[in-house]
Design a protein around this ligand. Structure first.
Ligand code: ADP
Ligand code: MG
Length: 487
């Protein structure tokens, strides 16, 4: 039998506010344990929560960015459970009336296929503290610095059908929260973490199978491997005629397997009830409009515009809108190029800029492990280099040498071209003289070419480029060779 895997993700994004969801303590990562936990965070008797406006605003930004409904009146609720890193004995979350309802996210798979994943909801809540096991023997440490950090929990519909789709979704979501500046996306520090709900069913079935939930996956690789392992495990059980037990599991990267952690709790186990210390959260029309007006152009809109206005192919438009920094860099190259050229074809310029940003530059950044915002070659300088290819000062091949020199800090394109004598030879007379010499020196290859062996032509191109140290204008070299070899 063929099996289909079904996946829904719950993602916790820490919101990038300086203070906590309901207290004024700092949220900065990495401070000494318990130095950023105030009376509220450690749940001293009598303390009261005060919602963080910046966190609410970030949730609204998200709701607008995914086209969800931003609820005008949402309700905080207590989710009761016991754990040492939760001193209040409950987490303030949202249950029945979350701030964001619905919405959708467009994802792109590695093979270029696209798909829409529906979102169920996104709600505000507070993070728990951390239990530390490593530095202690026979006991655990409790660090409450993280307790109360604002979280947006984003819940998807069970719309993914493979680990690859789940990863594409998680990456699109990760890119979006950074794009709209609500979460720093730092996965090592736990700012963005996913729980994967996985079930399997016979292919063609339209009822959902029993799911297991794998908690706290904090890298795309672990997410992918955990889902793949879990789907295999469930299929093996089903094929032997067994039943899947609904439960919460943990992924162990060292052994590349998931293990049972606890039986699945149900919503009623948490005895949710409206938080009595907080009134309903109201979002006015004016606030909603102001937050909407301050949103940047979203990646989907930008991508669509690059395809429509600049006539870029989809794969370029997708790469160039991977992050706001990438798009900003690309746009600066395009405008720098327009300035350098004063006129000419805008779409051809955009394509040239796209090729360099998504090609040579992206490769160099990748090799150096650098973010585009830290690129040693600035957008304006790259524009000047591209302008020199487009005005025939240098060939595309030589341009790569110039780019490497720019990357190494040797200065601007023009200075490097002059210093190294890299100008293209476009003097027809000079090129003809060089080519005459080559033709005269290689009678055997000339005969070969004339007898119909087209391949011999490449030999002559190679010789001409060698003789000009790569500086012969390739179009002219080809034209002169064709003429001379025709005999
Ligand atoms: P919880 O896990 O908090 O009990 P939900 O019922 O809301 O809550 O489900 C959470 C996630 O599980 C959602 O992302 C949803 O899409 C996904 N999900 C629900 N049922 C299944 C299933 N049978 N297979 C895979 N994912 C599922
Ligand atoms: Mg869950």
């Amino acid at each position: 039998m063929d099996w289909e895997t079904v996946i829904g993700l719950e993602t916790h994004a820490q919101l990038s506010t300086r203070s906590k969801m309901f207290s004024g303590a700092a949220t900065a990562f990495g401070a000494a344990p318990n130095t950023q936990a105030c009376a509220f965070d450690i749940a001293l008797p009598g303390v009261l929560p005060v919602p963080n406006k910046g966190a609410v605003e970030r949730a609204i930004r998200f709701g607008l960015a995914v086209g969800g409904e931003v609820r005008r009146r949402s309700v905080f609720a207590r989710k009761n459970y016991f754990y040492p890193d939760l001193p209040k004995g409950y987490q303030i979350s949202q249950f029945e009336a979350p701030i964001v309802q619905g919405g959708a996210l467009r994802i792109v798979l590695p093979d270029g296929a696209e798909k829409t994943v529906r979102l169920t909801r996104a709600h505000l809540e507070e993070d728990a503290g951390k239990s530390l096991h490593e530095d202690f023997h026979g006991m655990s440490g409790i660090d409450l610095n993280r307790a109360g950090t604002p979280l947006l929990e984003i819940v998807s519909e069970p719309d993914m059908r493979s680990a690859a789709e789940a990863v594409a979704y998680a990456k699109a979501l990760h890119a979006l929260v950074r794009w709209i500046d609500i979460c720093d996306g730092n996965m090592q520090e736990g700012s963005f973490r996913c729980d994967a709900n996985v079930s399997v069913r016979p292919a063609g079935s339209d009822t959902l199978g029993t799911r297991c939930e794998i908690k706290n996956l904090n890298s795309f690789r672990f997410l992918e491997r955990a889902i793949e392992y879990e789907a295999r495990r469930q299929i093996a059980i089903c094929e032997e005629g067994g039943r899947i037990v609904q439960e919460t599991r943990l992924y162990d990267p060292d052994r590349d397997e998931t293990r049972s952690m606890r039986s699945k709790e149900e919503a009623h186990d948490y005895r949710y009830f409206p938080e009595p210390d907080l009134p309903p959260l109201e979002v006015t029309d004016a606030w909603l409009a102001a937050v909407g007006a301050a949103l940047p152009e979203l990646p989907a809109a930008k991508r669509e515009r690059y395809e429509r206005e600049l006539a870029l192919p989809a794969h370029d438009a997708i790469t160039l809108t991977a992050s706001r920094d990438t798009a900003a860099y690309f746009e600066e190259v395009v405008s720098g190029l327009a300035e350098a050229e004063q006129g000419g074809e805008a779409q051809a310029r955009a394509k040239a800029a796209a090729n360099w940003v998504a090609g040579e530059l992206a490769g160099a950044l990748n090799r150096a492990g650098l973010d585009i915002a830290r690129s040693p070659v600035k957008a304006r300088d790259l524009a000047r280099l591209i302008a020199r290819i487009r005005d025939d000062t240098i060939s595309g091949k030589i341009a790569k040498e110039v780019f490497d020199a720019m990357w190494a800090g040797e200065g601007a394109a023009d200075a490097i071209i002059e210093r190294r004598g890299l100008r293209q030879i476009t003097d027809t007379g000079a090129l003809e003289a060089i080519i005459d010499g080559i033709v005269a020196a290689n009678p055997a290859q000339v005969a070969e070419y004339r007898s119909g062996k087209e391949k011999a032509f490449n030999f002559f191109v190679g010789q001409a480029m060698k003789a000009t140290k790569g500086k012969g204008n390739p179009v002219q070299v080809t034209e002169i060779l064709k003429r001379k070899l025709a005999g």
